[in-house]
Design a protein around this ligand. Structure first.
Ligand SMILES: NC(=O)c1ccc[n+]([C@@H]2O[C@H](COP(=O)([O-])OP(=O)(O)OC[C@H]3O[C@@H](n4cnc5c(N)ncnc54)[C@H](O)[C@@H]3O)[C@@H](O)[C@H]2O)c1
Length: 332
């Protein structure tokens, strides 16, 4: 494929703004159109970023010739929208999570070669993640013996009641895990594989009667040589930096937000801060800083016909682990 890739965005809420700004920074992308069931949102984005606004994805696809569709809608719509676009041979870049259950995962994987699907697990592109991955690849840390993930954030009732889709199992698919903590779980699966769920539990600790999804979840995981512990809650008092830690034979590697600390067995402590200034990154700091890099890489891979790191095989360990944790926690 040569020249610019023509693209459009479905779903014009919070995260769509981040995609649009990233695309406007890319000479290789031509942002043509927006769709939202609240047409004023699509029109407002068209006015802000240039292009045309539509009241549905179907209407957009009837009128526009595009190469890439960005899916920024509620969780339950990612798979059906991906299927609609894939039937037309359009490449798909979808927000996380790609699916909310095993049925959708089978459908998505069943798309085969109809289109490329890329998933926005952008934290793989964070400077801190890259540095950690590079050090692991050097062999210096030795074998991974343990992994811990902690996501302790705060979401109050209006976050759910004002959205129309969050807080409901049918439309969000789950709570703290599938929505907020899935990025940290993704890091665990990215470095350790899908593993095995030894046990998991979930609870609604502070929003009973408001949401039917979990605000707290814990899981014990087995990655062969390494044990994993995962804890996610949206019932904390603030959005604390996530903690992701790998204990290795020679060193403990800790990401705290985008600060990367190495605690070597010989007592040395090294630290690098990859935090990107909030003024240079669109979106909220806790989303991570790497939408731009992730989207650019997807476009490069589409153009050069190269495999994309976050294609369906590339994220399957994360999806498997997420679905298995829910199954263990829900007892199904
Ligand atoms: N990668 C990240 O760091 C990150 C951060 C925030 C959100 N997200 C993900 O992005 C997605 C959207 O989240 P958000 O916070 O922007 O939500 P939002 O509620 O702000 O926006 C969703 C938009 O989709 C629209 N919509 C709903 N049904 C539609 C339909 N059938 N057709 C077209 N538009 C429709 C809504 O009207 C709304 O404008 C979610 O999957 C979320 O998990 C990812």
């Amino acid at each position: 494929m040569s020249g610019k890739l023509r693209c459009a965005i479905a779903g014009c809420g919070g995260i769509a703004q981040v995609h649009a700004r990233a695309l406007k920074n890319m000479p290789e992308a031509e942002l043509l159109a927006f769709a939202d069931i609240i047409p004023q949102r699509a029109e407002a984005m068209a006015e802000k970023f240039g292009g045309r606004g539509y009241g549905s994805l179907e209407e957009l696809l009837d009128h526009e010739q595009i190469d890439v569709l960005h899916i920024c809608t509620p969780h339950y719509l990612h798979t059906p929208m991906a299927k609609t676009a894939a039937e037309l041979g359009i490449n798909i870049f979808t927000e996380k999570p790609p699916v909310i259950d095993r049925g959708q995962w089978a459908e998505l994987c069943g798309l085969g070669d109809k289109a490329r699907v890329g998933v926005c697990f952008q934290n793989r592109y964070n400077g801190s993640t890259r540095a950690l991955g590079g050090l692991l690849a050097s062999g210096e840390p030795g074998k991974i013996l343990g992994a811990r993930g902690f996501v302790t954030w705060r979401r109050d009732a209006p976050y759910y009641t004002e959205s129309g889709w969050r807080g409901s199992l049918k439309t969000e698919g789950g709570g703290a895990l599938i929505n907020q903590a899935v990025h940290t779980l993704d890091l665990m699966a990215y470095f350790l594989g899908a593993g095995r769920v030894l046990g998991a539990s979930l609870a609604n600790r502070h929003l009973k009667g408001v949401i039917e999804v979990e605000d707290t979840l814990e899981a014990a995981l087995d990655f062969g040589d390494a044990r994993g512990l995962f804890y996610a809650t949206t019932a904390y008092s603030v959005d604390a930096p996530i903690i992701f830690e790998l204990t290795c034979e020679n060193v403990t590697l800790r990401l705290e937000g985008e600060r990367f600390t190495r605690f070597w067995k010989d007592g040395r402590v090294e630290q690098e801060d990859f935090t990107v200034s909030a003024s240079t990154v669109p979106g909220k700091a806790y989303w991570g800083s790497s939408h731009q890099r992730c989207i650019e890489d997807f476009y490069r891979c589409v153009r050069d016909k190269e495999p994309f790191m976050n294609d369906l095989p590339g994220v399957s360990d994360t999806v498997e682990l997420m679905l298995s944790i829910y199954e263990a926690a829900r007892g199904c």
